[in-house]
Write a protein that binds this ligand. Structure first.
Ligand code: ZN
Length: 284
């Protein structure tokens, strides 16, 4: 399933790619080989390739349509971007994501807001596109909301991701710096979930008594529900990320809240349930 109803809010996954990523032992360096072995049976082959030990990892956007707004949460890798972290994401030339967005009935001028859970390269890529050698915002009428702590942190780094995916949006006057608990309205708001990055936020949806949360990169593999203390190699502050992950799981376990993950393999969306002395995701 790739479409969900949260009260009156319609949410649709727009998948850019779902491929083998780096080995799980590289992504989750706390996990010794024997620890991974404990979980192989339920992870393979859906989330973990039995032959290579590489993770299965989607990169996707959540298209959120409320009665008032058309919103994109996270914008994938994009085309023509510089990327030294993972070679297959460097200098991509693939319009699949744009075609899937169009098939969902959304053209670039229809997007009202772009929200980024954080400013890593796989969450900000389609913020911009290269037109005649110049980076321009992909969505000409959208306001792009950036959490202040995240913006200032990335501004300090001034790396290619910031220069390609964020600066052109600010230069066009479409960027809006907001607090980490900013509310768009009573249906869509941000909550601070720092650790993976300093200004990482989750996006919360509520309508007619139903709730969903778009969790960004609080976790990268479903095995982290079972092992919340396993850090991701990309967690900027591993201890804070661990504490935030535990708080998130404790908050949502045994509730009806739909958890919409950025990187768990398809179907990517489920509810947190207790399992042994930790958690699992029960997918919908
Ligand atoms: Zn990510």
């Amino acid at each position: 399933m790739d479409q969900f109803q949260v009260g009156d809010i319609h949410v649709q996954r727009i998948v850019e790619l779902e491929d083998l990523f780096i080995p799980i032992s590289d992504m989750l360096p706390d996990a010794a080989r024997e620890d991974i072995a404990r979980h192989r049976q339920w992870l393979e082959p859906w989330a973990l390739c039995p032959d290579t030990g590489r993770m299965v990892l989607p990169v996707q956007t959540y298209l959120v349509r409320t009665s008032r707004h058309t919103i994109l949460v996270d914008t994938c890798v994009g085309n023509c971007k510089s990327n030294t972290f993972f070679a297959p994401w460097h200098n991509r030339n693939d319009l699949t994501w744009m075609q899937r967005l169009a098939a969902a009935g959304v053209g670039p001028a229809d997007v009202d807001f772009v929200l980024c859970t954080h400013m890593h390269l796989d969450h900000t890529g389609w913020n911009t596109q290269l037109v005649d050698g110049r980076w321009v915002p992909t969505f000409p009428k959208a306001r792009y909301l950036f959490a202040r702590e995240e913006f200032e942190h990335r501004q300090g780094l001034a790396d290619s991701t910031f220069m390609e995916n964020v600066v052109p949006v600010m230069d066009a006057g479409q960027g809006v710096i907001v607090a980490m608990d900013h509310a768009l309205d009573d249906q869509v708001w941000l909550e601070p979930t720092p650790g993976h990055t300093p200004g990482h936020v989750t996006i919360h949806l509520a309508s007619n008594g139903q709730q969903a949360v778009l969790m960004g990169d609080l976790m990268h593999s479903p095995v982290q529900c079972a092992e919340p203390d396993w850090r991701a190699v990309s967690d900027g502050d591993p201890d804070l990320a661990r504490a935030t992950r535990r708080r998130f799981l404790d908050q949502h376990v045994d509730t009806d809240t739909l958890v919409m993950t950025a990187h768990f393999p398809s179907p990517s969306v489920g509810r947190v349930v207790p399992h042994a002395d930790a958690f699992r995701m029960k997918f919908v």
